[in-house]
Design a protein around this ligand. Structure first.
Ligand code: PGA
Length: 255
């Protein structure tokens, strides 16, 4: 039996947009997505969380962050705590994005600490996993995904897993214009669901939302979303312009 899962399309703005640009974007996005059954998430820079969340109030847009520290508070110059993100209006946080793993050397162990902290503070984590081009060329994709998934989510209870979103983002597809094929994404999502079923049971594996990310555009969004095990998308570059992001959200009307 397959569960009916929520469709969640998230934008990851990375290090783009000022407060004025973000508020304007959210204000203009609201009427464009009014009729959409899809949940829309926007992961924005820290400085923009509060104004964007205020602007999004009463709409179907959820505002979140792109990273956080695993500690509650402390002498950690330049870091930000889950409590502070919530206080500013964040409802979710992206954790373990490949740019964090590769540019800032975050291990799955650290991602795991952050995931558990986010859950304990009531922030929904979007947990990213994905193989590099060379891992793929070596035939190690499944091994890498399984390791990142199990280590990043270690110790998370079955109940907590219902609040977790998993994002499969092959590193070679991020920002390259070279997306995975929808068939490849579907196969990897199925593999992730199987890994989840082995640890947390069939129910959890059928309920968890799994997003695909990596060079998603209006032209390929529908092909990904048409796949049974693809429940959503994590969109970088194409989430920065209103036109492309709203077209992705309305993927069902793309030919
Ligand atoms: P991209 O980025 O859509 O620009 O490839 C995806 C991501 O980094 O989440």
């Amino acid at each position: 039996m397959t569960a009916v899962r929520q469709k969640i399309i998230a934008g990851n703005w990375k290090m783009y947009k000022t407060i004025a640009e973000a508020v304007d974007f959210v204000k203009n996005l609201i009427p464009l997505i009014k009729e959409s059954p899809v949940s829309v998430y926007l992961a924005v820079p820290f400085t923009v969380i509060k104004p964007a969340a205020d602007q999004a109030k009463g709409s179907s847009i959820f505002i979140g962050a792109q990273n956080m520290n695993d500690a509650s508070e402390g002498a950690f110059t330049g870091e930000i705590a889950a409590r502070m993100l919530k206080d500013a209006g964040a409802q979710f946080v992206i954790l373990g994005h490949s740019e964090r793993r590769h540019l800032f050397h975050e291990s799955s162990e650290l991602v795991n600490k952050k995931v558990r902290k986010a859950l304990s503070e009531g922030l929904q984590p979007i947990v990213c996993i994905g193989e590099t081009a060379s891992e793929r060329a070596d035939g190690a994709t499944e091994k890498v995904l399984q390791e990142q998934l199990l280590q990043s989510l270690a110790g998370v209870s079955a109940l907590e897993m219902k609040h977790v979103i998993l994002a499969y983002e092959p590193v070679w597809a991020i920002g390259t214009g070279q997306a995975a094929t929808p068939e490849d994404a579907e196969a990897m999502h199925r593999f992730c669901r199987k890994c989840i079923a082995d640890v947390w049971g069939e129910d959890v594996s059928q309920q968890i939302v799994i997003q695909y990310g990596g060079s998603v555009k209006p032209a390929n969004a529908k092909a990904f979303m048409d796949k049974e095990d693809v429940d959503g998308l994590l969109v970088g570059g194409a989430s920065l312009t209103l036109d492309t992001f709203s077209n992705i959200i309305h993927y069902h009307s793309q030919s």
